[in-house]
Design a protein around this ligand. Sequence first.
Ligand code: GAP
Length: 440
Amino acid sequence: MTNLDNIVSLCKRRGFIFNGSEVYGGMAGTWDFGPLGVSLKRKIMQEWWHYWVEKRPDIYGVDAAIIMNPKTWEASGHTATFSDPLIECKECHQRFRADHLDESLSEKVTTEEITEADIKCPNCGKSNWGDVKQFNMMFATHVGATTDDKSLAYLRPETAQGIFTNYKNVIDSIYPDLPFGLAQQGKAFRNEISPRDFIFRTREFEQMEIEYFVTPDTWKKHFKELLKDCHDFLENVIGLPREMIHDEEVAPEDRAHYSDRTIDIEFDYPIGREELMGIAYRTDFDLQNIQRASSKNMEYRDKNTGQSFIPHVIEPSFGVERLMMAVLTAAYTEDEIDGNKRVLLKLPEHLAPYRFCVSPLLKNKPELVEKAKEVYDILKAKYHNVTWDDSGNIGKRYRKQDEIGTPKCVVIDFDTLNNNTVTVRDRDTTEQERIEITEL
Ligand code: GAP
């Protein structure tokens, strides 16, 4: 497997991902997506939406506001408990996420544990620590013209609550049969103490979450089914290699405050095996809390038995950036062709930013350029994600298209003018075949 630096470098060089606000010296924990990156990201998100919402009869979409009534975060427990352990080195005054100082430490780490383990400051090498403090990760903002306690609000730290707060609206409007799910894609914000590892841990990221509402006695069955669907999506739709994906049962003491069971689905990233996504059994924790805080009835009335109860919830939660980093990791390949080293992204055809690249063999031959434009127009009308490249020599064009993952390069040469055939060159094998334009 390659190292992360190679992926970061390719992403910058080829217009996938840039440092956020780079022109002003950057903004820690933020990343911007360039033309190629946004294309890959959107394709991943579209595949997800198609798989979970459009193809299934039992999952519906919602799209809630990012800034929600602050009561949301009190009821959900985020105001009180959505925090990470923060520690400051008394020598150099650098702050760190305490549990990230050593692999042996958990999120519940104490100052005593750090002192006993004689953990050194990664910045100055001394071991003179302040107390571990809980640092709330929600980004605060103020809504309206005043800046006081009454105008305080937060950028959502998870998309899930925008689903829970619309559960009643959905029941009252479309009244779906139970079990049913509500799905949402969108931005989430967390003031991470130490954002790191490229787009793996950022302060602003995108989530794709499903809250799947079930009868309390059937949660185990649905948990198992949804876990299987998550694997099906990751392996068969996104094309991640099965052997790089691992299930990790999260120990009770490490689970989020709302969960009675969590499985983290981990991936072999260049930084090691890390969480790609999670699936959690959230019980009726959220709907009970909303009912208590809003005094609105959150019960579901069974259409057959007439019985009313508060559903329990299974939550598959995907992070878009972590999925994208997994796709890039799996696709990044280095090989040697005729003694020349090359880098390529073996992206699945349906995720590649461009499906075809069309080129005239020579840029300075108007008849070739004109014919190539014709072919480009045909493919563009049919597939949309088709690019044009007439820069440099043909070898350089192939290298560039290999690096951005374009599966096929179509080249128009003098033979094309005579017999309407083109050369199609395959990204992975580099083999070329001659086919008729009508066969493309
Ligand atoms: N609603 C449940 C929830 O938010 P989570 O484990 O905190 O659970 C779910 O987050 C997923 O969101 C993670 O598995 C990961 O893919 C993504 N994620 C969380 N924090 C992230 C961060 N700081 N940067 C990038 N992705 C993140």
